[in-house]
Design a protein around this ligand. Sequence first.
Ligand SMILES: Cc1cc2nc3c(=O)[nH]c(=O)nc-3n(C[C@H](O)[C@H](O)[C@H](O)COP(=O)(O)OP(=O)(O)OC[C@H]3O[C@@H](n4cnc5c(N)ncnc54)[C@H](O)[C@@H]3O)c2cc1C
Ligand code: FES
Length: 367
Amino acid sequence: MLQLVIGILILSAIGALLALLLEIANFYIADYGESHILINDEKDVVVEGGNPLLFSLMGEGIYIPSACGGKGTCSLCKVKVLEGGGPVLPTETPYLDRSELEGMVRLSCQVKVRNDLKIEVPEEIFLIKEFEVETMGLSDLTPDIRELCLKILAPEEGIRFKPGQYIQLEVPKYKGTKSPEYRAYSVSSSAEDRQAIELVITRVPEGAVTTYVHEHLKKGDQLLMTGPYGDFFLRESERDILFIATGSGLAPIKSILHQMEFRKTERKATLFFGDRRRYDLYYLEELKAFEESIPGFTFVPTLSRATEEDQWEGEKGRVTDLIEKHVPENASLDVYICGSPAMVDSCEEILEKKGIAIENIYYDKFE
Ligand SMILES: Cc1cc2nc3c(=O)[nH]c(=O)nc-3n(C[C@H](O)[C@H](O)[C@H](O)COP(=O)(O)OP(=O)(O)OC[C@H]3O[C@@H](n4cnc5c(N)ncnc54)[C@H](O)[C@@H]3O)c2cc1C
Ligand code: FES
């Protein structure tokens, strides 16, 4: 038995070594030359072979959504590869369901351009642009969350986005990284201002981009970003609205509230905004002020670990407790949830049990 286990271990080690050698050889020796990528049967771009499809397209000014910087963990970079993509990799299969596999959907960060490709992308991808921005302001909203104001330097006409959408911010290479890195951040400010945007960024320990923003970025620094991306935006309907946010998940919802204020929307809307302690909550005055400027809006903050020190007289418990307590069974609601994947999943589960129609629940998971 022991000999069998040792044999398997040796074989696995040899396999891993061969795979590593192949990758190294691929990197140093392989020369794929130029490849053509035919997009949507009409646009033909010529790229240097050997790079991931995601980055080859980016080099041509075609920005596919991606939140993880091409690490194969966010699954946002899906495109249809109709010809030339090679076999689906084990790194892709966990993120592709059966209908996507049958429909030739691939993770563009995992498909290497080794020959000519034929691909299909949604037309709105061509509206995504690159922007040069300047850091106008940085302020700490909580011990972990920093507000970042960015002025658009170019293109001159600024940015047009739907409130709730996100951009991808690139930070340069620094001590903690091997190359420039980019990540997704939802715009928290009003879409009426096309010359500047605000982001709220939670520090992630050892996180490439958040460490840069929290520890190295200075006023006046210039950065690149692309956008807008995403389908987390307000849908027109007659139903009441429930917004649910924790941490920096408030960002896209705040932008939607600015839109409702601007349009004087009369739909009944409630925001559950939760965190642990009083010092974790932010923008409380601005959110309270929306109750005056948006007819029908109610703001309900909640703390899950309030102590006497917090002198908190508001709701106590998690946002999920607020759903249990305040959302009636079978309510006719559009629900917009934003925050950590665990929080979004828990809310969705409780809402479904309460009979809220799943097709009326929209969310952005921040990881
Ligand atoms: C559509 C979308 C919108 C987003 N909007 C925002 C936003 O408005 N504000 C915001 O702060 N973030 C937002 N995010 C998350 C953001 O894109 C990054 O994932 C996050 O900032 C971490 O980046 P990083 O480079 O610092 O960490 P990375 O270098 O990517 O990660 C370092 C390590 O931390 C882990 N990790 C990553 N994120 C988290 C997390 N949130 N909590 C705990 N561990 C984590 C990773 O698995 C990894 O092991 C959004 C994500 C998506 C998909
Ligand atoms: S870019 Fe995140 S999975 Fe491809």
